[in-house]
Design a protein around this ligand. Structure first.
Ligand code: UT7
Length: 333
């Protein structure tokens, strides 16, 4: 596309989210593994998480979040041109979860595919969709973070099972018109040297599922939490600072920071380092735990609907996850 087209601004014009009804509290977990509400609360800030029903898949949650985003954006599903689902817990390894979403929504004109960038996935999707719209390839895009992590958690491993939950969040992006907001800057990064720190070792081509490795719970999340923690703080700090700077903003201009919801201690550490006061940081991990790619997407929608920011305000989203991956976006609403 021409230079002019590459300048086209892109706005987020609708958000939505969905979490399953079933609540799993820290006290419930005390019965399942050797843990305590006190340990989980002080080490993570999590009090409860949502668990999808057995017949409720990642795409079902994504569709519910999508409908809200479309309603807010006043766009019919038939008008969607692109659907990107960020997930590490797809309905099936193939086809992509986005294909199920396209069918259930009736978004038959949309090109649909998944991306796998773990907890940073929603912001990877945001960057990709923004670029594809501003280049003129698509007029709009529905981006999602959706996860059924409960299906990939080892419920006997206390070091991981207390951390994760299920849910989905959606955002509708389109070419910005006069008076609408704009995605000002995005940042994404990867360190493939740290794949061992957080992964699901089984279920892929490197370790296909057999009866033996299913018994060894190899198709569940494994994490070296302490090391992930350290990388999370520095990568999210740098990524958030980079989009703030490239947008020509100062930390004082940020109405709300929406960080990945993995651990309250990580959030506190990065906000101190970015120099944003606590009251301008959005936290909902006490209700949902870590929902990976869905976390920033759900938080964006909840903060938006709660009136934590409005037209003209600047917000920053920042995430970090397996890969290792990290990502940030600065947005003028
Ligand atoms: O979303 C992707 C990015 N993910 C993250 O950012 C997660 C980053 N990591 C973390 O949030 C933290 O490292 C955890 C919350 C996972 C763990 O907290 P920690 O302060 O790093 O604890 P630890 O793993 O060093 O474990 C400390 C102790 C150990 O016991 P010993 O060896 O000191 O006797 C663990 O066995 O806590 C024990 N422990 C538990 N005790 C009660 C681990 N899990 C539990 C538990 N309940 N659920």
């Amino acid at each position: 596309m021409s230079g002019l087209a590459s300048q086209l601004p892109v706005a987020i014009v609708g958000t939505g989210s969905y979490v399953p009804d079933k609540v799993l509290t820290n006290s419930d977990l005390e019965i399942m593994v050797e843990t305590s509400d006190e340990w989980i609360t002080t080490r993570t800030g999590i009090k409860e998480r949502r668990i999808a029903a057995e017949d409720e898949f990642t795409s079902h949650m994504a569709v519910k979040a999508s409908r809200q985003a479309l309603e807010q954006a006043e766009i019919d599903a038939s008008e969607i041109q692109l659907i990107i689902v960020a997930t590490i817990t797809p309905n099936t390894l193939t086809p992509a979860t986005a294909c199920y979403v396209q069918q259930d929504l009736g978004a038959h004109k949309a090109v649909a595919f998944d991306i796998s960038a773990a907890c940073s996935g929603f912001l990877y999707a945001l960057k990709l969709a923004k670029r594809l719209i501003s280049d003129g390839a698509f007029e709009n895009a529905l981006i999602l973070g959706a996860e059924k992590l409960s299906a990939f958690v080892n419920w006997e491993d206390r070091s991981t099972c207390v951390l994760f939950g299920d849910g989905a969040g959606a955002a509708l992006l389109k070419r910005a018109e006069k008076g609408e907001g704009e995605i000002l800057a995005t940042d994404i990064g990867t360190d493939g040297g740290q794949t061992h720190l957080l992964n699901i070792p089984g279920g892929g081509s490197a370790c296909p599922i057999t009866i033996e490795n299913a018994d060894r719970r190899l198709a569940t999340l494994a994490m070296i939490g302490k090391d992930v923690f350290k990388h999370a703080v520095t990568r999210m700090r740098d990524s958030a600072n980079s989009v703030i700077e490239r947008s020509g903003l100062q930390p004082a201009d940020i109405k709300l920071l929406i960080p990945h919801q993995a651990n309250l201690r990580i959030i506190e550490a990065i906000t101190k380092r970015i120099d944003i006061p606590e009251e301008r940081v959005f936290v909902n991990l006490h209700k949902y735990g870590n929902t990976s790619a869905a976390a920033c997407a759900i938080a964006l929608d909840e903060a938006h609907r709660a009136g934590r920011f409005g037209p003209g305000d600047h917000i920053v989203l920042v995430a970090f996850g397996a890969g290792l991956t990290w990502a940030a976006a600065a947005v003028r609403w």
